[in-house]
Ligand binder design. Structure first.
Ligand code: TXA
Ligand code: MG
Length: 338
């Protein structure tokens, strides 16, 4: 049953015929890179979630990203690079940044670092801050696209602000239906949850968002404790990781459930004894957190249907990738319904 849910069926999707969803052939990647150079937006797969790419040096392209995503302009974007060398042209690396980049890039770690004076990234992309969030993604299609474009790429997740992040090309299409953005189809994102973001601009290292790379792995390599970030201004958060709700489905979501009612959909984890519900999807039958993270957004998308009264989510262990999963679920559960 689980296998069926994770299968990619983009070839049957009408959008393929409409040429909105593109197979990631060398030609299509080259043409997407050209589009980026011309100032257009492209949705593309990364190992974490699908991103909405724009030339990070162009105010006009970056403005389109904010517009398409309906994103508040005070919320800065992550800039994606092909390698450390190209990132170093824009930001100042310190010792910790160099160690982490060497160990975890390409991969699901975002570093917030001070900008260089010569930094040519659009001020809109960095929301006027003197720091920049940067990462080198691992996904092959993402790497090819960035390399061929020769640009620093601003890319938030390719969804309307506040909704569930996309982990398939079809999610992007469903989430941004009114826009003419082309989508490179890389199948299902392997990690399935956004990158871990840490702030390296201060004396202490702060966690801005738990994500696809376990915090314990970062602490181990640095031999340092990563501190939780204290939000100074809830209306202008340093990261949406600090916002009250985010990643929200359209129907209510209950977390850490002890009971379930028959009208609900169950998002389960491991084995259980619940019997009476409308539909079930299991994040990981074997209780594996990596598998659960990779399934989380896809299954939330699948259960976000008005025919269910709400989505009931079983408790997920708060360790390893479970920290990022619980973070997303907590925020998804906080949406207010009138
Ligand atoms: O996995 C990911 O990180 C995905 C893929 C596409 O790379 N991207 C993503 O972007 O999740 P987005 O825009 O949904 O989240 C970017 C986060 C936001 O929390 C934003 O506030 C934070 O990065 N951010 C960006 N620049 C920052 C800065 N200079 N200081 C602090 N936080 C920053
Ligand atoms: Mg996002």
């Amino acid at each position: 049953m689980e296998k069926k849910d994770t299968k990619i069926r983009t070839s049957l999707h009408p959008a393929v015929e409409e040429n909105k969803i593109l197979r990631p052939s060398p030609n299509n990647i080259s043409s997407a890179a050209r589009s980026l150079k011309q100032g257009k937006l492209i949705a593309f797969p990364t190992e974490t979630v699908y991103g909405l790419a724009a030339n990070a040096m162009s105010d006009q392209s970056v403005a389109k990203v904010f517009q398409v995503k309906e994103r508040p302009s005070f919320n800065p974007l992550i800039i994606h690079f092909h390698n450390i060398k190209s990132a170093k042209k824009f930001v100042k690396f310190n010792k910790h940044a160099s160690i982490l980049a060497k160990k975890f890039w390409p991969g699901s770690l975002t570093l917030v670092l001070p900008k260089k004076k010569s930094c040519m990234i659009s001020l809109l992309a960095s929301a006027g801050l003197d720091s920049l969030a940067i990462r080198v993604p691992k996904n092959k299609i993402a790497r090819e696209l960035i390399k061929k474009s020769g640009l620093p790429i601003a890319a938030p997740s390719a969804n309307i602000s506040g909704t569930i992040s996309p982990t398939t090309a079809k999610h992007v299409l469903q989430n941004l239906p009114k826009n003419n953005v082309k989508i490179l189809d890389g199948g299902k994102c392997k990690v399935g949850i956004e990158s871990t973001i840490i702030d390296l601009t201060k004396k202490n290292i702060f966690l801005l968002r738990p994500g696809g790379l376990e915090i314990s792995k970062i602490e181990k390599i640095l031999g340092l404790k990563i501190l939780p970030h204290k939000n100074t201004s809830p209306s202008r958060p340093k990261s949406p990781g600090q916002m009250n709700f985010h990643y929200a489905p359209r129907i209510p979501l209950r977390i850490n459930i002890k009971r379930i009612v028959p009208s609900e959909a169950l998002l389960s984890f491991g084995k259980h004894k619940y019997r009476s519900f409308k539909k079930e999807l299991n994040l990981s039958f074997r209780g594996n957190l990596k598998e659960a993270a990779s399934n989380l957004f896809k299954m939330l998308h699948a259960l976000d249907k008005k025919k269910f009264s709400s989505i009931a989510v079983m408790p997920i262990p708060k360790k390893g990738l479970g920290i990022a999963i619980n973070d997303r679920l907590l925020k998804a559960s906080k949406r207010k319904f009138s």
